[in-house]
Design a protein. Structure first.
Length: 149
């Protein structure tokens, strides 16, 4: 009986998350800025807590030194490369869905963001950028140090 209830609540939670993502994409399509042609964009979740704004990007397979996070002129930008590790002579794809090569994704920083209060953590293929809420506007370009665990 408990297993069935747990499964039901898990299904409801998934439906709720899908609804939130769809609702967010309808209301705020301008928050995601397209990049130059030829670059792919990693999937992202953007959400707010009482203390911070959070941007979480899916970067599975991207090496720790192959991407950067910068904050400049009211924008936060994530750039990098996912490398194709294939070393053989030849291969035939029957399905190809993984994006390789250069990627870039930019998001506007919330008003009042202090670039000194931005941190980034890369763990298990997810990059989590946390922007602590402050009242002073951004002033300068800053490269964010990424903690890798």
């Amino acid at each position: 009986m408990f297993k069935e209830a747990d499964e039901l609540f898990e299904r409801l939670r998934n439906i709720h998350l899908q609804g939130e993502r769809h609702f967010f994409s309808l209301l705020v399509p301008s928050k995601v800025h397209p990049t130059a042609e030829g670059k792919w964009q990693p999937l992202a979740d953007v959400y707010e807590t009482n203390a911070a704004w959070v941007i979480k990007l899916e970067l599975a397979g991207v090496r720790k030194g192959d991407f950067s996070v910068t904050a400049n002129e009211g924008m936060i930008t994530i750039k990098g490369t996912r490398r194709d590790e294939f070393e053989g002579e030849w291969r035939t794809y029957h399905q190809a869905e993984i994006n390789y090569h250069e990627f870039e994704r930019s998001f506007p920083l919330p008003k009042g963001t202090d670039t000194g209060d931005i941190s980034a953590l890369y763990k298990n293929g997810l990059l989590t950028i946390t922007i602590t809420k402050r009242s002073t506007p951004p002033r300068e370009r800053k490269t964010i140090t990424i903690t890798i665990t």
